[in-house]
Design a protein. Structure first.
Length: 87
């Protein structure tokens, strides 16, 4: 079952700041979440945010939430920038 993938405005702004070659990789990994929202390089984000996950893509992290029909991407940050206040 494929899910709809939606990007929050903050995630779109974040992606515009990522170098183009890495941006392409991150977008492909985000698109792959439609087929399975818990891939190998992901983990529960913690910080008392149930159902939020973090996807690792190189030195970047993608913060997202999913339900049976949707994956919502909230942030795409450098590893050090993804903090509880950033989500």
């Amino acid at each position: 079952m494929s899910r709809d993938v939606v990007l929050d405005e903050a995630a779109i702004v974040d992606l515009e700041r990522v170098p183009l070659d890495l941006r392409t990789t991150i977008i492909a990994r985000i698109e792959s979440l439609a087929d399975g929202p818990a891939p190998v390089h992901s983990a529960d984000i913690g910080w008392d945010l149930p159902d939020f996950r973090m996807l690792r893509v190189g030195d970047y992290r993608v913060a997202y939430w999913s339900d049976p029909s949707t994956v919502a991407v909230y942030r795409v940050c450098a590893r050090a920038e993804l903090t509880p206040g950033a989500v």
